[in-house]
Design a protein around this ligand. Structure first.
Ligand SMILES: Nc1ncnc2c1ncn2[C@@H]1O[C@H](COP(=O)(O)OP(=O)(O)OP(=O)(O)O)[C@@H](O)[C@H]1O
Ligand SMILES: [Zn+2]
Length: 654
């Protein structure tokens, strides 16, 4: 880095010297050159006949006939013009205006200033945007900020409502506390952890808590800090950051917004961005570089895990993913408690009630809610935060223009509850269907709600009966909606379900030979999937006539309508269970296998674990939620048949 700077500087100096030399050479090479004072003397002596003024250069001829040339200093006496004219000298052109000494100095020093400015510019670039965040001036320093272990006050107790994520990361604490002991015991050393989840769900907080628990230093940097105009700068920052971290190991490096550097290199976005690519490559190199025994854990956070370059996710890099989702109602209650601990509260404050009224809020929103209520209290000269102020703060946050769309309306929540319950009940009752594991109406990614099935083993082939069961449960959501709203009230939320069901039915007929009518014959082949359920969208090759095509369509339709009918029958027979499950979802937002079984057995569902300990006071220590991360972990695609993610339709649905 320093070498590069020196080079730049050296070239600038050489250029300046050459320029000067060339200039001088140019003028001194002329014959008949005289000094200005000589010229003035000759003017006074009346030896000059003609003068041609060209800027500061004065040339001309003497009365004797020979020519001369001179350069007029900027500070020359302006009276010379009068002298020339009074001696009847022919003057062509005009003498330049007199300038102040300061202007002259400025003009003279302009090239030096220019060089200096360029030099400063490079320095700032090397240093990273120039000082904003403080820290010592030196070239090539990464912008990573170091938080020494004794300054980290965050612990797991400060992170609430994401117990699964906490459990997933507890092992890291053990490792960081004593890397060598951990290794001796045969623990597999993690290197990179990717925290994925929507903004404000506590990814940064959790990473910091890991450092706080393990009492190790914490480096933070944002992915966007690496992205610079100059090729090589980002990469050198990455290198520098790892170098620093090695000196402080065991420690944690936290890279926020990893997607800023980690976007898929192949993807069109910012096409051919050399700098970003080099930075990413350097990051990959560094991740591969350390042997794992150096005690550095790199935690990266993103809310777009889907756009990351697959190379980042390979074994040995960010091969472990921890999802930090939006909190459900219990999570929200716990988060509220964590933050309410920090403000003086009235006795009437009930975190549970606020949690109930804030579906869709992130941890950051809830922290903000408590903070706002404290501000309201201060403004109205009250000593305590009470329920009224908390409600006021909630309304204020809900009112925030962009939040409105995020938070579920009661009506929408009910619709989603019925939809998911429909999936779950049909899935539960169909033969050879994966067991229903968990149902939630908390939005996840683009999905409004999710019903998760737990495959009993990895399945690479399914029976005809199993596939039909899947098609039935896929339609369960839409049918349930239809049952409560009538056909006209059905939302567009089921489009993904319908797509997947159709694709399954089509594959049954055209690829898997599962139609009696058309036999075991490959009518269609696509190059995308190796026959794995889920339907490919790749380019297709057709091997059938138009007439057969019609038969295929008819057969697909007949499979679908028979599944649709079966699904409808099931839901009509179990209408009361559907109501109970939808009601439970409205109340608890997430229910798991236990509650689902109770409902299906005709019992009143029990409250989920951790529900109702609202007087517990502390946010942690509440029973863990079921770990939904393990669901379908064996399947690489989100499109796998073991969960129904219900995408919201267009915002302006009819
Ligand atoms: N699970 C939680 N428990 C307690 N507080 C939380 C939780 N999640 C968020 N918060 C509060 O919100 C603040 C912001 O959260 P944080 O910065 O960790 O979110 P993030 O997921 O890293 O967001 P981003 O993706 O925007 O960086 C935290 O400092 C904390 O006060
Ligand atoms: Zn659905």
């Amino acid at each position: 880095m320093n070498d590069m700077l020196k080079n730049i500087l050296l070239w600038l100096v050489i250029a300046a010297v050459l320029l000067t030399v060339f200039n001088n050479f140019n003028t001194t090479s002329e014959a008949n050159r005289i000094s200005y004072s000589e010229f003035v003397k000759e003017v006074h002596d009346g030896r000059i006949a003609k003068v041609v003024v060209d800027g500061y250069t004065i040339s001309g001829s003497r009365t004797s006939g020979d020519t001369f040339e001179t350069v007029r200093p900027a500070a020359a006496d302006p009276k010379i013009m009068d002298d020339l004219l009074s001696n009847n000298v022919v003057v062509e052109g005009r003498m330049p205006e007199q300038q102040s000494i300061w202007t002259q100095l400025l003009v003279a020093s302009f090239p030096i200033l220019l060089i200096l400015a360029i030099f400063m510019f490079f320095m700032r670039q090397m240093q990273g945007g120039g000082g904003g965040k403080g820290g010592p001036m030196s070239f090539g320093k990464s912008k990573a900020r170091l938080l020494p272990e004794d300054q980290i006050k965050t612990t797991f107790a400060d992170v609430a409502g994401c117990d699964e994520a906490k459990e997933d990361t507890e092992e890291l604490v053990d490792f960081l506390r004593e890397p060598s002991k951990f290794q001796r015991l045969g623990g597999k050393i993690p290197r990179g952890i990717l925290m994925a989840g929507p903004p404000g769900t506590g990814k940064t907080l959790l990473a910091k808590a890991i450092a706080g628990e393990a009492k190790v230093p914490f480096f933070t940097i944002s992915g966007s800090d690496f992205v610079e105009m100059f090729v090589g700068v980002g990469a050198s920052r990455v290198r520098d950051m790892f170098e620093q971290a090695k000196k402080h190991a065991p420690c944690i490096i936290f890279i926020d917004e990893i997607d800023a550097v980690g976007r898929n290199r192949g993807s069109g976005m910012g096409g051919g961005n050399d700098e970003r690519e080099q930075t990413l490559n350097q990051l990959l190199v560094e991740m591969d570089g350390f042997e794992g025994n150096e005690g550095i854990i790199v935690i990266a956070a993103t809310n777009r895990p889907d756009v990351l370059d697959p190379a980042l996710l390979r074994p040995g890099r960010f091969d472990r993913q921890v999802t930090v989702g939006l909190p459900d109602i219990r999570g929200r209650e716990q988060i509220l408690k964590v933050h309410l601990r920090k403000v003086p509260c009235d006795d009437d404050v009930q975190p549970k009630n606020i949690a109930r009224g804030t579906p869709g809020f992130s941890g950051a929103d809830l922290a903000n809610l408590v903070n706002e209520s404290a501000l309201f209290a201060a403004r109205s000269n009250r000593r305590l935060v009470n329920m009224e102020l908390l409600e006021l703060a909630k309304d204020k946050i809900l009112m925030g223009a962009e939040r409105k769309s995020m938070v579920m309306k009661e009506e929408e929540k009910r619709n989603t509850a019925y939809h998911e319950a429909g999936h779950a009940i049909v899935g539960y009752l169909m033969p050879e269907h994966d067991p229903v594991y968990k149902v939630t109406i908390i939005p996840r990614g683009r999905a409004l709600g999710v019903t998760m099935y737990l495959p009993e083993e990895d399945k690479y082939s399914l029976s005809k009966r199993g596939i039909e069961s899947q098609i039935c449960s896929l339609y369960g959501g839409r049918i349930a909606e239809e049952m409560i709203h009538g056909f006209d009230g059905v939302s567009t939320g089921a489009s993904n379900d319908i797509e997947r069901a159709t694709s399954l039915a089509r594959n049954m007929v055209t690829k898997w030979g599962l139609s009696e009518e058309l036999g075991a014959y490959a009518y269609e082949e696509d190059d995308s999937s190796g026959g794995y359920i889920g339907g490919g969208t790749g380019s297709k090759a057709n091997y059938f006539s138009q007439e057969t095509g019609k038969k295929l369509d008819a057969e697909v339709k007949s499979i679908i309508s028979s599944c649709y009918k079966r699904s409808t029958d099931i839901l009509e027979e179990n209408r009361s269970k559907l109501d109970v499950m939808a009601e439970a979802l409205m109340q608890y937002e997430t229910i798991d296998a236990k509650q689902i079984k109770e409902i299906m057995d005709g019992k009143t569902p029990s409250a989920p674990e951790g529900w109702g300990d609202s007087n517990g006071g502390s946010g942690d220590g509440v029973a863990a939620e079921v770990n939904d991360e393990t669901v379908g972990a064996s399947k690489p695609e989100g499109d796998s048949p073991d969960s129904n993610e219900d995408l919201g339709g267009e915002p302006n649905k009819g």
